[in-house]
Design a protein. Structure first.
Length: 273
């Protein structure tokens, strides 16, 4: 395949394609998706990886953190994204409480996402403490995307949403990243870490790094689609707003409502005889 982002192919993107892109020095985008319609749009735009994130807790279900969302909440969203796409590699987030207790629990949760929803890979958070889970999943044939830095499922332990990896903790993050690679993870998300640390981690790993608030040197970048489209009222500093869908949706729904109230809609062309 000549290009990961936007390249035309008659098959799904695989983890081998991601590894090959890193070897070529090719950067690529990852976007979240939670339903079939948006997945189809992003897939047709050439986005190679779609993440059904536990961020669905906030943007779909209305919670104020990722913690409440469950496997049963995310399974139908993942299935919809798989059905709505034909090229993208679909990664399902393992939500809080679905993998931490044991490798067996992690495998049972991952198996549900792959068997019931058709996911192609799973993502989990943490460093050395989840190595047994990563090893068990990879041994069972489940591709694993790791996640270091600001790990939202651990926000209460971390003391809030703040930059991670400064000082000595940066060396620990580097060690965790290398250990996750050795355990078989095919990529690692670096969230809210200093750009120089993300650059060092990226250079030290053979697997791709995916940045979110981690500077420009990572192999890929990911954003929550509602953030980049301008639907989120108060996005994080690392978010760039590429559209203002909130304003456009407000305009459209008000226009519809005004026409209904005035009797201007429906017109004869929108009416059956």
């Amino acid at each position: 395949m000549s290009s990961l982002y936007g390249g035309l192919t008659g098959r799904r993107v695989t983890v081998r394609d991601l590894a090959a892109a890193k070897e070529r020095g090719e950067k690529w985008p990852m976007v979240t998706a939670y339903d079939a319609m948006t997945a189809r749009v992003f897939d047709q735009a050439g986005i190679p990886v779609l993440l059904v994130g536990d961020s669905a807790a906030m943007v779909v279900y209305g919670y104020d953190s990722t913690l409440p969302v469950t496997v049963d909440d995310l399974l139908p969203l993942t299935a919809a994204v798989v059905r709505g796409s034909s090229r993208a590699l679909v990664v399902a987030d393992l939500p809080f409480g679905s993998y931490q207790s044991s490798p067996q629990q992690a495998l049972e949760s991952a198996a549900r996402f792959m068997k019931e929803a058709g996911a192609h890979a799973v993502k989990l958070e943490g460093g050395r403490r989840v190595l047994p889970q990563v090893e068990a999943l990879v041994a069972a044939g489940v591709p694993v995307m790791a996640h270091l830095g600001l790990t939202p499922q651990s926000v209460n332990v971390l003391g809030g949403y703040r930059v991670q990896g400064r000082g000595q903790s940066g060396e620990e993050l580097m060690s965790d990243a290398k250990a996750l690679e050795e355990a078989g993870a095919f990529s690692v998300v670096l969230e809210c870490v200093p750009a120089d640390l993300a650059e060092r981690v990226t250079a030290s790993l053979a697997i791709p790094t995916i940045g979110i608030g981690a500077g420009v040197a990572t192999d890929a970048q990911v954003l929550v689609w509602q953030d980049l489209m301008g639907l989120t009222p108060h996005p994080a500093r690392f978010v760039k707003k590429y559209a203002d869908l909130a304003e456009e949706m407000d305009r459209a729904v008000r226009a519809f409502a005004d026409e209904v109230a005035s009797g201007a809609f429906p017109t004869p062309e929108h009416t059956y005889s």
